[in-house]
Design a protein around this ligand. Structure first.
Ligand SMILES: *[C@@H]1O[C@H](CO)[C@@H](O)[C@H](O)[C@H]1NC(C)=O
Ligand SMILES: *[C@@H]1O[C@H](CO)[C@@H](O)[C@H](O)[C@H]1NC(C)=O
Ligand SMILES: *[C@@H]1O[C@H](CO)[C@@H](O)[C@H](O)[C@H]1NC(C)=O
Length: 482
């Protein structure tokens, strides 16, 4: 009677599920047994048999359970909660669903050995992880244990904003010129952030990205060998990972010995004439400036106004010939010293000499009246062993007197065509000027010819030109016809 009930129910299941092989087989065996023996007598009770078919025992899992959830990648931001779904059909089934991570069983049905209370089962078969941390990243498997086990694999990707933990530099960012600067940007975040470096040079508004040519990059650092003074400034570390970005900056100061620059190397003045000698310097730390006259200290510790290029102006009013001479501006900082000198003279000073073809232009400073002005021209590019006498060309003196600055020019017409090195010299009662740098004269034969004849001969030369062109064209056509 009980066996018949089992049979009937199983037949119903076969219709419903089209599969009942296991239960069927089992029952068939029992039926065969009942053919030989008294089934009722063998079996302890009707209830037990029923439980066998529908209870929690092994046979209960032989039903075909399906996992209806599809594998998924869960993008989870750190700190939030994620529910890894594993929905099975038929619902409410007592099938044993397991959750595993790297072969560790998290859940077996509702049983767990986890001590991590952030991880819980929800809706019987899904798993929730709250307050997600980067260590939760990885694969999770939902396994249904039945005759044909089913496995669903989810991936959890934990994303977290980049966070710059520390930005550091060699010696706290104070590096000597020529040394190595290493910048380090420690950053957290998931996915691991990418780092980009940039700098804003001191006194500049441009924020320029550091390129391969600027340094050697590693994962989170950049190394700049042989730093230069112009590398001083603000350095930025940018970290970004597609979730968000973070940035931090650090001040880099390249320490270097001073460099001094005098605005003029030679200055013409006269007795009782007030003259300003100017000197500027840069250096890190900002240097201080002092002036020496013929190696005697005369003016010490010129204020450096916190701008890193202190400027010093020395006012001199010569009272006697001994007040002329060499004035030296000296800049000193903790890394060294540097100096540069100005000659304060009464003799003329020739400046700004320029040549354009055969024409030379220059300026002469002289507080005393000029006595002579000369251009010396040396043939240029000729073997030095062959002694070549310079051609001295006297330039007529300016008509004006009592000037301190003369702007003069001269067009040379007395020299054969060629290249010359020219020097301009001027003389007053205190002597000849020092020779300035020579300029190159390029005297071309036609240049004089064209200059003199351009107005009158221009038309003629044009006709010649056109005729030539015409002849060329005709020749070309004739050649082509052949
Ligand atoms: C997951 O996050 C990564 C990184 O933020 C992103 O590139 C990807 O598109 C995200 N995927 C999904 C499915 O949201
Ligand atoms: C969870 O299991 C219980 C008992 O097995 C069932 O009553 C309930 O419907 C199930 N819940 C879900 C969401 O499947
Ligand atoms: C200027 O520099 C030169 C070369 O270093 C040095 O010999 C000289 O003593 C310096 N002059 C002064 C006034 O410091």
């Amino acid at each position: 009677m009980a066996a018949r009930t089992v049979w009937m129910l199983c037949a119903l299941l076969v219709l419903l599920l089209n599969e009942c092989s296991s239960v069927n087989g089992h029952v068939v065996e029992k039926r065969e047994a009942s053919d030989e023996y008294d089934f009722m007598g063998d079996d302890p009770s009707d209830d037990d048999t029923l439980n066998d078919a529908y209870g929690e025992g092994e046979e209960g899992n032989t039903e075909n359970i399906v996992i209806v959830t599809k594998p998924q990648v869960y993008n989870v931001s750190a700190g939030s909660t994620v529910i890894l779904e594993c929905n099975v059909e038929p619902k409410g089934n007592s099938a044993v669903v397991q959750w595993l991570r790297n072969d560790n069983i998290y859940f077996l049905g509702s049983m767990t050995t986890l001590t991590d209370h952030r991880i819980k089962l929800v809706h019987n078969t899904s798993m929730a992880i709250s307050n997600v941390t980067p260590s939760d990243e990885g694969e999770y498997k939902c396994v249904v244990t039945q005759k044909k086990p089913l496995t669903l694999t989810h991936r959890v990707v934990v994303t977290s904003k980049p966070n710059i933990l520390d930005l550091s530099a060699t010696n706290n960012g104070r590096v000597h010129e020529g040394n190595r600067l290493v910048l380090n940007c420690d950053v957290s975040g998931s996915p691991p952030p990418k780092i980009v470096w940039s700098r804003q040079r001191k006194g500049s508004h441009d924020n320029e990205r550091l390129l391969e040519t600027d340094g050697v990059f590693s994962l989170n650092s950049v190394t700049i060998e042989h730093v230069k003074p112009e590398h001083s400034g603000t350095y930025y570390c940018y970290a970004f990972n597609g979730v968000a970005a973070d940035t931090r900056d650090i001040q880099i100061t390249v320490l270097y010995k001073p460099r001094v620059h005098v605005h003029r190397q030679e200055t013409n003045t006269a007795l009782n004439v007030r003259t300003e000698l100017q000197c500027s310097a840069h250096g890190e730390p900002a240097p201080y400036l002092s002036w020496y006259k013929d190696n005697q200290l005369i003016n010490e510790g010129v204020i450096n106004d916190d701008s890193h290029t202190p400027l010093s102006t020395l006012v001199v009013v010569p009272k006697s010939d001994s007040d002329f001479g060499t004035y030296t501006c000296v800049a000193i900082n903790s890394h060294g010293r540097h100096n540069s000198s100005v000659e304060l003279v009464q003799r003329p000073v020739v400046e700004d000499v320029e040549a354009d073809g055969a024409k030379v232009a220059w300026k002469v400073h002289s507080h005393l009246p000029l006595e002579a002005v000369q251009i010396q021209a040396f043939p240029f590019g000729i073997d030095e062993s062959v002694s070549q006498n310079p051609s001295d060309i006297s330039v007529s003196l300016p008509q004006e007197s009592g000037l301190k600055l003369y702007e003069m020019s001269y067009e040379i017409s007395s020299l054969p065509a060629g290249k010359y090195e020219a020097i301009v010299k001027a003389k007053n009662s205190k002597g000849w000027s020092r020779e300035p740098k020579p300029v190159i004269l390029n005297i071309v034969e036609q240049s004089m010819y064209i200059q003199r004849s351009s107005v009158f001969r221009g038309a003629a030369s044009m006709v010649t030109g056109s005729t030539t062109l015409l002849l060329t064209t005709l020749t070309y056509l004739l050649v082509r016809k052949l």
